[in-house]
Design a protein around this ligand. Structure first.
Ligand SMILES: NC(=O)C1=CN([C@@H]2O[C@H](COP(=O)(O)OP(=O)(O)OC[C@H]3O[C@@H](n4cnc5c(N)ncnc54)[C@H](O)[C@@H]3O)[C@@H](O)[C@H]2O)C=CC1
Ligand SMILES: O=C(O)C1=N[C@H](C(=O)O)C[C@H](O)C1
Length: 248
């Protein structure tokens, strides 16, 4: 049995994760902590793996504490940029054997959507991303959209693609969305939605739309449990659930 603790346990994803861990025969839920609880609750409970679904502004402190105390972490919380990843790599270098998985999205379909988008990127002159979420989401653009844009930008660089055509020189600020490594990302917040994304590709005479929909937070749980099971034997930093899936 792997002893698992959840940080952000009273939140939407944390509560779902507690249920999923408790229902898994090979995992034991030993702690369910939220804001205001002491992190010493993790070591007191003997947690081997922590699942973090908290907030971008607190997740780095949580991870520093876990790594320092030799606890593996599976992280769904958003807000990771290259600077944060470099900080984690340095912390993990000082603690050999400890593993951290940062997964912008735990849904298998969303991982495939990102992979398919990276594959398609080199063949199209134009690309834009639309992410659509519930209105209680605090960050924009979504971590998934950022990661998708980074993967597409990397594929375009490797293919020596030119700049994306856009004649806009005037209008309202924000009308063309956020710029993530040269890729335009548009965010929708709408009651009734959970987590959705469209990646639109275009070239002369054709378009390709790759869309993924999470209708329920259960869609993330298979990926979370896979991450927990795999991180125990995977020291260092892993970015993206695709590394734990046999996608070839
Ligand atoms: N990677 C993925 O597949 C997914 C990632 N997310 C991300 O997970 C994060 C959480 O999302 P939700 O559950 O929807 O948010 P939420 O707001 O429902 O839950 C966050 C929870 O964290 C708690 N919290 C805040 N500070 C804390 C601290 N210092 N220690 C412990 N708990 C603390 C809050 O009290 C709250 O209960 C967001 O960054 C979201 O974007 C959400 C869905 C899927
Ligand atoms: O806050 C959410 O709900 C989600 N957050 C993650 C993100 O920002 O990409 C994953 C998923 O989109 C749901």
């Amino acid at each position: 049995m792997i002893k698992v603790a959840v940080l952000g346990a009273k939140g939407k994803m944390g509560a779902q994760t507690c249920q999923a861990v408790a229902a898994a025969g090979d995992l034991e839920l030993v702690a369910a902590l939220d804001q205001g609880d002491e992190l010493t609750g993790l070591t007191d409970a003997g947690a081997e793996v922590v699942v973090d679904f908290t907030r971008p502004e607190v997740v780095m402190d949580n991870l520093a504490w876990c790594i320092e105390h030799g606890i593996h972490a599976v992280v769904g919380t958003t807000g990771f940029d290259e600077e944060r990843l470099a900080t984690l790599r340095a912390q993990l270098d000082a603690k050999p054997g400890v593993g951290v998985l940062i997964a912008p999205n735990f849904s298998i379909g969303a991982v495939l959507m990102m992979q398919f988008s990276a594959q398609a990127a080199r063949y199209y002159e134009s690309v834009e991303i639309i992410e659509l979420h519930h209105p209680d989401k605090v960050d924009a653009p979504s971590g998934t959209a950022r990661r998708t844009a980074e993967l597409i930008a990397e594929a375009r660089r490797e293919a020596d693609s030119g700049p994306i055509p856009d004649a806009t020189t005037t209008g309202l600020e924000g009308a063309r969305g956020a710029d993530v490594e040269g890729i335009r990302v548009h965010g929708i917040r709408l009651r009734g939605l959970v987590a959705h994304q469209e990646v639109l590709f275009g070239d002369i005479g054709e378009t390709l739309t790759i869309r993924h929909d999470s209708m329920h937070r259960e869609s993330f749980m298979a990926g979370v449990l896979l991450g927990v099971r795999r991180i125990v034997g995977t020291p260092g930093l892993t970015v993206g659930l695709e590394h734990f899936l046999d996608l070839s």
